[in-house]
Write a protein that binds this ligand. Sequence first.
Ligand SMILES: C[S@@+](CC[C@H](N)C(=O)[O-])C[C@H]1O[C@@H](n2cnc3c(N)ncnc32)[C@H](O)[C@@H]1O
Length: 266
Amino acid sequence: MSAMVQLLPMMEVVYNRKKATYFKMAHSNLRGTHVVAVNHIQAGAVVLIEKALHIQPTKNHPSLSVDPEYQSLIGILDGGSTSAASSTCSSTAHKDAVGRLAELNATAYVQGSTQKDEIWQLEDSHRQARVGDTVKIHGLASEAGKKLNEQHKSKSKSVLRSIKPCNLKTLGGIMRTNAYHDGSLEANLLFKELCRINHACGDAANVNRTIHQGKVYVVAKRDIADGEELLIDYLPLATELGRDRLELLHNMFNFWCQCSEHQQLA
Ligand SMILES: C[S@@+](CC[C@H](N)C(=O)[O-])C[C@H]1O[C@@H](n2cnc3c(N)ncnc32)[C@H](O)[C@@H]1O
């Protein structure tokens, strides 16, 4: 058991005893939903302990093994095609196959979840709905659309709007944008609050996380001022800054990092 894992029960005791409010959610067009300190936070403070709202095993959902589309996607990922197609073409096919597999898997796993509504609230930076994907649709103004709105009725009486790209979230995209890996469970996890913390590279991140047995423990790396945004490094093990890291983040999460470290390099 790692030294950090041994500390987790102690962190729970401190966190539960303190019951402090460390942060609030905020929203801006530039930052999307994000997390902001509401008091001065001292280095080492346990700012959040949260249980995952969705646990998705890393192995593909068993029901997919009889799905012909799944078989053909696995063929693509195993490099089944030996044709003389250009490498650009095959890498696009590979990327598409990864996306489609993520979609099939997430849909199969989320199907049985009691937390579906909360999962649908999360950001999807991979949104690329395809025929057959499960998507969340709201705010349709046509007669046919109004019936769909009824099925997804929100509690507030929101004004009907025409459909926007952000209405076309997919579960696979939500997983790929937000999931954190839990090695102890061999699973990818979604968290309601952790998933709202934006990314910053290396020293620009001011909180660290440890994920174990379906829970996340978030600790301040340094003092954080009242009103400062909480930032976490999505790739703590990939330490190099620069173009490679930017591309890695883009490939994995589909956003171009705007953190202060990268702005300095630009
Ligand atoms: C896990 S979510 C974080 C919360 C998100 N802002 C929201 O609105 O729910 C990850 C997404 O936030 C945005 N994001 C996070 N960190 C970013 C950064 N450093 N630069 C640009 N976009 C970032 C990207 O759209 C990314 O896909």
